[in-house]
Design a protein. Structure first.
Length: 155
């Protein structure tokens, strides 16, 4: 599994670097007056940061295990099912956004993903999805004053 993590870390580093280079070419602007490349640059830099974190954690894990790795198959039936359900949830998120609204759809989508990724009791996914939806409301609607589809419930 560590081999796949190492390959994934190089992928995220490369993709993040490509996005950063592309965003610099379309003008970053400044922090107070961001240009069209500002947000893509931050996204690319975040991808690179997560790639570095994944690489460091993989190397640390390899050092701790001293060569005794358990290589698991990447595409088992369970992994395919999770991948397909996640992809289906993304399409559902995009299709339901206008009908249910941003915050309701975000809550339902995150609840599904939290429940899918690591089966837990119902309380923790509900709390995490609710906290994420409230935090996205505070950041996007209150702080950044963005407008999202209100949907069926009007919020």
């Amino acid at each position: 599994m560590e081999r796949y993590d190492r390959m994934g870390s190089f992928f995220w580093l490369g993709l993040g670097a490509a996005i950063c280079i592309g965003s610099i070419q379309i003008r970053l602007g400044s922090f107070h007056r961001p240009g069209p490349g500002f947000m893509p640059f931050l996204s690319g830099a975040s991808m690179m940061l997560f790639g570095v974190i994944l690489m460091v954690s993989t190397l640390r894990r390899a050092d701790n295990e001293k060569g005794e790795t358990k290589d698991t198959k990447l595409w088992t039936k369970q992994n395919w099912m999770g991948f397909c359900l996640t992809l289906l949830a993304l399409f559902g998120y995009a299709l339901l956004m206008d009908f249910l609204g941003f915050y309701t759809t975000t809550f339902l989508f995150l609840f599904f993903l939290f429940k899918l990724t690591e089966p837990k009791k119902w309380l923790m996914p509900l709390v995490l999805a609710g906290a994420s939806a409230v935090l996205s409301y505070l950041i996007f609607s209150v702080w950044l004053m963005s407008q999202f589809p209100g949907g069926l419930f009007g919020f």
